[in-house]
Design a binder for this molecule. Structure first.
Ligand code: TXA
Ligand code: MG
Length: 323
């Protein structure tokens, strides 16, 4: 049974020691909770895949606490990466770069590229400072389910599969990081949208970035990012999307609006008081997990407008509704 620990200095020391010994620990980041292990220890990596029941062909993100660590994980780091790191790290941006040979192939699922990010969550940083190695971590949910944004979500779905959960409170961003491939620095590709938007990254780089194609990712085979499968982040309850008109939600259905103003019935919920999209992103997975426990037959979800953060929220909602 997993133990939930507060981020006291003693607990952080204890968990850093557990990680150094090859154990795995659920940790908070500003995006979602991750299931972390020493990225350079293949035994720890194997435990991560087992605990999540994650297919071995789906590579992990390597998390660092300090920019200096990047040189030990990736090589041939292009100027484009330096510029993005300068602007966005620490923060919810993952870069795909060429991997250093000693990064285990199990971390990268055999690819010769590696995903790296430097989270900004203060509890993550306190833990990372105590570790002399980088942390490989996928989101701390069973494969295919909604990502956890609270320690209690991890406990609910992973308690029998892991020993330790570090509680850093609710995640501030609530959506997984934006992923950008710089494997060909002349042709950057956005592999996953997130709270850092496509246009913000284009502005930093001063050039066009190719956008992701959700439909192409139907089965996750032969993709540049194998984890971009269409069905992902799904609750057990069927989800339907709506945009302009309120659906007829009869029977045992629930309707989730962006803003509280739209709520007029008992089976109406909202993702934010005012429809603020940062709040919507922050609350989306929490509300989905909550509603999933309540035995509704169907969840109707209101889509935000397709720009900026709205695109990332639409992407996750669309995945939640795919089956
Ligand atoms: O916000 C986040 O990114 C969270 C927190 C814990 O950091 N992590 C997360 O990890 O969302 P995960 O494993 O659920 O998603 C990682 C994604 C997968 O879709 C995977 O395919 C992609 O990153 N990825 C990892 N390495 C890659 C690589 N070398 N090339 C292309 N895609 C890669
Ligand atoms: Mg995930």
């Amino acid at each position: 049974m997993a133990q939930i620990l507060n981020p006291t200095p003693e607990n952080l020391d204890r968990l850093a020691a557990a990680l150094a010994a090859g154990e795995i620990v659920a940790i908070p980041t500003e995006t979602v909770y991750g299931l972390a292990g020493n990225a350079l220890n293949p035994k720890a990596i194997r435990q991560i895949y087992e605990a999540k029941e994650r297919p071995a062909r789906n590579p992990l993100i390597v998390h660092i606490g300090d920019k200096q660590q990047l040189g030990a994980i990736a090589m041939d780091i292009p100027d484009e990466a330096d510029r993005l790191i300068e602007t966005w790290w620490p923060g919810p941006l993952t870069l795909i770069l060429r991997k250093m040979p000693h990064v285990p192939t199990s971390v990268t699922a055999g690819l010769d590229s590696v995903a790296v990010r430097m989270p900004s969550h203060p509890v993550f940083r306190d833990l990372a400072r105590r570790c002399s190695f980088p942390l490989a971590a996928p989101s701390a949910n069973p494969f295919g389910y909604v990502s956890p944004t609270r320690a209690s979500h991890v406990a609910q779905h992973m308690a029998n599969r892991i020993d330790w959960i570090l509680d850093g409170g609710p995640c501030e961003r609530g959506l997984e990081s934006t992923i950008l491939s710089l494997v060909d620095p002349g042709k950057p590709i956005l592999l996953r949208t997130g709270s850092i938007s496509h246009s913000e990254l284009e502005a930093t780089l001063g050039k066009k970035i190719e956008a992701p194609n959700l439909n192409e990712a139907e089965h996750g085979e032969g993709l540049s990012s194998p984890g971009l499968m269409k069905r992902h982040y799904s609750p057990g309850t069927p989800v339907r999307l709506f945009e302009y008109s309120t659906p007829q939600a009869n029977g045992n259905a629930v309707v989730v609006f962006l803003s509280k103003n739209s709520c007029t019935a008992e089976n109406h919920f909202s993702l934010s008081e005012s429809g603020n999209l940062s709040e919507v992103a922050q609350n989306l997975y929490d509300l989905l997990q909550h509603l999933d426990q309540r035995g509704f037959d169907i969840i109707f979800l209101e889509l935000p407008p397709p720009s900026g953060l709205g695109n990332a929220i639409r992407d996750r909602m669309t995945r939640a509704a795919s089956n």
